[in-house]
Design a binder for this molecule. Sequence first.
Ligand code: NAD
Length: 482
Amino acid sequence: MTTSTGPSGLLVDGRWRAGIDPLEVVDKYSGDVAGVVARASPADAQDAIAGAYRATAQPLEPDERARVLLGVADGLEDRTDRIVADYVAETGFTVAEARNELRRAVAIYRLSAQEATRLAGEQVPLGATPGGAHRLAFTTREPVGVVVAISPFNAPLSTVAHKIGPGIAAGNAVVLKPAEATPLSACHAVEAFLEAGLPPGYLQLLCAPGELVGPALLGDDRVRFYTFTGSTAVGRRISAGAGLARTHLELGSNSVSIVADDARIDEVGRVVATAGFRKAGQVCTSVQRILVDRRRFDDLTSVLAEEVAGLRAGDPRGPDTDLGPLISSVEADRAAGWVAEAGARHRVGGERLGGGLMAPTLLADPDAESRVLTDEIFAPVVSVVPVGDLDEAIDIVNAGRYGLQAGVFTQDLDRAFHAARSLRVGGVMINDTSSYHADAMPYGGVKDSGHGVEGPRYAVEDMTDPRIVVLNLRRPEREESL
Ligand code: NAD
């Protein structure tokens, strides 16, 4: 991880390799080199798949999987300070965000351990089916085999945990390819697996740009499952290259929160100030659009303007900083460009600050066709749009290309249920924003936001195959009584 100590970042078959050349990991605030990992080659990727495939010949028993996963959770907690330091450097997210995501990752590994011990099939009642007489049938859940996990830069501990945790809990071998901008957190997780005694080959780590090793990871029949979190554009490539392997695709969004006329506006303002700006808005469920009943538009924009003006962008290590820089100055320039062309009626912030920093931004009533509304901005920018009523808001959400999560603020149970049933998204949060997420819940999107749900219970199920076992039972001959 750091230049002086730690593993190389390229783990194949239980051994750290030197890699083709060093991959420098930059501190997103200072621009300094925060660490160096070994860059994997396409040949390393092929070796990693071969090693994972071989490993699965020695099945890992459920109690062993659970023991390892609990050890990983403890190991991550033990190295909190080192992880937080590397995480803040490589992401540019604040110390509080680092601690929060580490807490979540630890919980995800513990939840995955529980799922390893619960994994079971079910009895299938064949008796009622023609040809089913005298049969006892049940399913078992078998590991799919090799899982390839590809993760994004913006949640380098928790998205990795949502992939390796269930992957191992289900009994699979996992090849992990974290985002090249933020591989240090993944290195910590992999180290924790080795220390917890995971047999060699069950977890392989490749740090490299996706375009470099992606083709070697795709289209390999030994891989039975691709679990991918990232942009919709790359998700399409994964889908095209996955062949007959199953996929989980957790993709982009321009998430909406709907505010009805009976909502508690102060409460909405408070939660949006966090949910729209944490990680500088680089969260897939971040509050990007607020569709508010026209009668409450002025109230909401003035409450939000005050909240947003009070947020501080700056050094992610500073105790008073609310948001750090974006992942790169190129991304900050792009987002500021979208804000400049949005044609909003009123605006707070929007300026570029130094490096990758951007002022927290609120846009009131931008043009309906502007990119701040139609595309995923992935920056600290929240837009407020007035609508006639709840049905108009639902129509706007359903007409869009994405469908990850939506929030609905209302005190009216009928409206809440109507919205929950009508919105074409993966999750509807009532009196919370689109960004609410508890790691035990099924989490995933529809339409261009992808398919398949994460959450250890659901992912473990998907990462196994059901095997049906049918016993044809005959009545034994009666023994003659003596
Ligand atoms: P990205 O798509 O650029 O990269 C994601 C991963 O894919 C990285 O590891 C990258 O190296 C890899 N990759 C890139 N090209 C590849 C290729 N040709 N073959 C194989 N792998 C390749 O995404 P990002 O910028 O790291 O992350 C931001 C995106 O992730 C946003 O769109 C965000 O909405 C999305 N995201 C979605 C969720 C969700 O749960 N739906 C969660 C977090 C992030």
